[in-house]
Design a protein. Sequence first.
Length: 691
Amino acid sequence: MEGKMKGRKRILRKGLSGKILSFTMALAMVANLMGGYCAATELSTKEVKAADAEQPPYRNVMYYGDWSIYSGQKNFTPDKIDGSLITHLNFAFMDADANGDLITTDTWADYENPNVGFSVGTDNKYAGVLGAMVLLRQKYPNMKIGVSVGGWTRSGDFPKIAASETTRKNFANNVAKFVHYYGYDFVDIDWEYPTADRDPDPEGNGVAIDKGCKGSAADTQNYTLLLQAIRDALDSYGAKDNKHYELSVAMSASPKMMAAIEYEKVLKIVDFANMMTYDLNGAWGGFTAHQTALYTNPAYDEGDAGLSVDSCIKYLENKYGDNIDYSKIVVGVAPYTRGWKEVKKDTGRDSKNPGLYADATGENGVTYAYSDIDSLVSKYNLTKYWDDVAKANYYYSESSGMFFTCDTEESVAEKGKYVKQKHLGGLISWMASLDASSTITKTMKESLYGSAAIPNQKIVAPANDGVETTVTTSGDSYTITLKNTNSSVTKASGSKDISVMPWAEYFGKTLSYPSISIETQNGETLSGDWSAGGTITTENGKTVVTPPEWSSKTLEPGASLTFTLKSGKGTANAQNIKEITLRQKAVSAGEILSAKVVYKNGDYVEPSEDVTTKSQETTNSQTQTTAKEQNTTKGQQVTTASVTTKKKMIQQNRQLETILNGLQIVLYMDWEILFSIKEKYMNVHMLIHLI
């Protein structure tokens, strides 16, 4: 900067001819830079838009199945997850019907069960797995939470949903509204698989319903269009909520299925893609093989035995070259077994690895969790082997004829190295209950981050639309009324296949264990008697009023709370109420989950200002003031700029700054003058008219 300031004197001595020459050079520079700028702008105007958000260096993604709370998964409730090891926790699964409406597969597990690790009591909006994940995220700010729609058994309606613009938009709006109301951070689409033609499993595939997936060639384009519709809906709600909602997809590890996807477009829409590099081999085959190998072992690479993480990445490299973003691809990890029985050692194709690539005359279709591996070793007299070519372990016993394949600490460490070498996006595991001790999850994290902690992410807590606060005075008394102005919500009931949106709306529109914190202009704290409306305490010079639990555990749509407080300094004046903050908890003795300013006297407050989440909306107040929290208000005190528009402006400013830096060098112009030009002409195209 000092050199730039000295250059100011030289500007005054510069001759006219020199200025003309410099001006000509500047025009050439601008034309060259504008060419690059226009090319960048052209991409952003296409139908397929790139996802853009701040991300941790690597993703360590974990699925959590809602059925994990039951005995079949040893009652592995969400509170047992070590969230410090995870960047993204994915709820599995939500379902959708052919119209694009979301439905739950288990109302009790998802919404009603009050004891899924966080004892919140009955009729609490945080009951069930979906609420528990919000509470778990509160404990681990490094971890985002998301909802996955579909799965192997619930993908049957995707071809119909994606086939028309109407159903695409309805589905997209529903998933966006869901994460908005619940305050989740991302949506995952697990369509298994576009263009596949699979009949429903009459045996249910081990679950109550298996829809199959009757797809067609039209799925290829429709899949891209569906993801774009979801991206647009998420961005729309993200602008209101001041956050970037991420979008991820499940990605097949089969070259045939990968060929059916337009990944050059899809990877511009989504934030990341979870490549399911597990179940590559299993009991359905007539020979033993690795189910999740890092590399292909050439000793036997026929059919599915040739599939591996590396073969999948090479397929993409050969097809797309550098035209896709590989840093969005997340590699799969399997903390569970696939197995065979009656395996004979002498039929193997690899002499260095007994039992591997050997004929199996019997099937062992039971899947065991990695946390049970020690008991399997003892039960079947298994020996642990390492295939140094595939970089994968397996367990085999010649005496019992049993063979099991799964990921281990050693194989996961190799996958982490591979992710870094190939500049991929991270690792994903199916699923949390299968690694109850977090042994594999910890190895995943350490292979990506070492001993360093996963950095905290920007977490925006659930927002409550339609909260109205009024302040009136009489003598020395303040009357503060907090009203939930939302329309009432009727929740559906039943065991399964119930509409999701009423539950999501109830969660988003109902206040849980509300209390208020009052800050005055003159610094006084307020007092009250039995009519105050709650227990009065003082925190950091502010008056806190907590309503009694028996009457105000929740503030449902249409309901109100009234607080009557007294000033100790004479006549009450509404202008003396500087700020009122609404606070919420999940349980009465718990910590504050969110704190939002709902009333403010004075200057306008940015919507992003929040005590705990940095996301608030406030309005100016007069002597009698009504402060309404409305995300959709336009042109008033509360306005929310489009996140997408902000990102485009940032990109334009960077382009403009590059141009102006070049102009400064050529013309020796004053930096302050250039800065004022930049402020005035935000759009680069306007610079042409300036020149």
